[in-house]
Design a protein around this ligand. Structure first.
Ligand SMILES: Cc1cc2nc3c(=O)[nH]c(=O)nc-3n(C[C@H](O)[C@H](O)[C@H](O)COP(=O)(O)OP(=O)(O)OC[C@H]3O[C@@H](n4cnc5c(N)ncnc54)[C@H](O)[C@@H]3O)c2cc1C
Length: 398
């Protein structure tokens, strides 16, 4: 006869790990032998290690409701709890110290996401938390008061289940969207899914060779000539198009008939100021024409513009109005998060418990909640994981 765990957590990502940490901490803490994490990969936290370009943008100094998208009712109800659990202080108690960047993004002081994972692993090991890797959950059933969780010829039994198996973004990290059906089998509905925080594919034409060039810019999403949104921030030229925090924040392109991105370089200078600078430099008569923009914008980018345009007015205008036709995005494999997910109408926003199945919890990216770029998605994953654990501990303590 198989052992019956108190809690089985499906998915050892950001949310599942924090759920486990909270279950094994504080009042009514469970013992490690009562909690098992089931992870399909050969190790936990593969995606966590890749976050923030390996530096781990864990959270943000300024978090507002507007940073989250999905069912507004759920987000509004959940938001006070998200604010109440100060994730920075929470991590500090585990030995993970962080700092705030100028733009409000919060990183571990090591600037290494893998150190955060190591720290969590040390904590869970010290508490003797059980872990089964290479365990791809393909069926979950409930019989009487017990969940049966199957993977090929193995079965794990538990009284409570926390589903923390992530979404559809980044299948190389174990999240290919194949696990939603575990919840659909219990009657939970899935909303429409699309990739978010993802690179744009664009016709770069003469700007194609700029892969890796990064600029601060104001970018505009356009449908034909109509401006849909605009954002100031980092812009990165890639092999296939455009990326960077500014591109991630643009809205409206997906439904546009004639989607384009306009890039305004040097947004802190007016067109007139820029023109004066270019004219002054031309009058110096020391620069070849192709280097008129040297020291003003990226050298390679400046050369492309100066080869294309000759008059100073046209050069200045081009710097402020680079336009690229958008042909799509790089899709789920390259997206950082999933827009859409399990419908939150059937999830309690205070506890993350299913309203359809008692003792079943849903946390993190699998839910129809997605955050902006800047640490908001990890924050949601962490906090929803913690809330699920608090609810389970309370119920157990009753
Ligand atoms: C490249 C990249 C960079 C990112 N950078 C940031 C950042 O800097 N800041 C930020 O806030 N967000 C960032 N994100 C988003 C953030 O990482 C995710 O939103 C967050 O990890 C979601 O946490 P989660 O626990 O819900 O899911 P995940 O972290 O995706 O974990 C889910 C886990 O479940 C496992 N799993 C799936 N199905 C099963 C199954 N059937 N059985 C067993 N195990 C299963 C998976 O293998 C995975 O380990 C980034 C994402 C990517 C891809």
């Amino acid at each position: 006869m198989n052992k019956i765990y108190q809690v089985a957590i499906i998915g050892g990502g950001a949310s599942g790990l924090l759920s486990a940490v909270e279950l094994l901490s504080g009042n009514n803490a469970l013992s490690g032998e009562e909690v098992v994490i089931l992870e399909r990969n050969d190790r936990v936290g593969k995606k966590l290690v890749a976050t923030g370009n390996g530096q781990g943008n864990l959270t943000n100094e300024q978090i507002s409701r507007e940073n989250y998208h999905g069912n507004k009712g759920f987000i509004t109800a959940f938001f006070p709890l998200l604010n109440e659990i100060d994730i920075r202080k929470y991590l500090e108690k585990l030995g993970i110290f962080t700092f705030v960047q100028e733009d409000g993004k919060i990183f571990p002081i090591s600037l290494q996401a893998n150190s955060v994972l190591d720290n969590l692993r040390y904590f869970l090991d010290a508490k003797k938390c059980q872990l089964q890797t290479n365990f791809y959950v393909d069926i979950v059933e409930k019989k009487d008061d017990c969940f049966l969780i199957y993977s090929e010829n193995k079965v794990v039994k538990a009284k409570y289940v926390v589903c923390a198996f992530g979404g559809s973004a980044g299948k190389q990290y174990g999240t290919d969207g194949s696990s939603y059906r575990l919840l659909e089998n219990f009657g939970h509905k899935l909303t429409n899914l699309s990739p978010a925080l993802v690179q744009i594919k664009a016709e770069l034409k003469e700007y194609k060779g700029l892969k890796g060039v990064k600029e601060k810019a104001k970018v505009y999403a356009l449908d034909g000539e109509q401006v849909l949104s605009n954002v100031e921030g980092d812009l990165l030229f890639t092999e296939y198009g455009l990326s960077g925090s500014s591109i991630f924040k643009l809205v409206g392109l997906q439904n546009a008939k004639n989607p384009k991105v306009r890039v305004e370089l040097l947004p802190w200078l007016s067109l007139e100021e820029l023109l004066n600078i270019i004219k002054t430099r031309k009058e110096l008569k020391i620069f070849p024409n192709e280097d008129l923009l040297l020291g003003i914008v990226n050298k390679q980018l400046g050369r492309i513009i100066c080869k294309k345009y000759f008059r100073e007015e046209d050069i200045a205008f081009a710097v402020k109005n680079l336009e690229f036709k958008v042909t799509g995005n790089l899709g789920f494999n390259y997206a950082q998060v999933t827009k859409g997910g399990i419908d939150t109408n059937n999830v309690n926003p205070f506890t993350m418990q299913s309203k359809l199945v008692k003792n079943l919890y849903l946390t993190g990216e699998l839910l129809d909640v997605d955050g902006d770029c800047g640490g908001f998605n990890l924050t949601f994953a962490f906090v929803s994981g913690i809330l699920s654990a608090r609810s389970i501990k309370e119920k157990k303590g009753e």
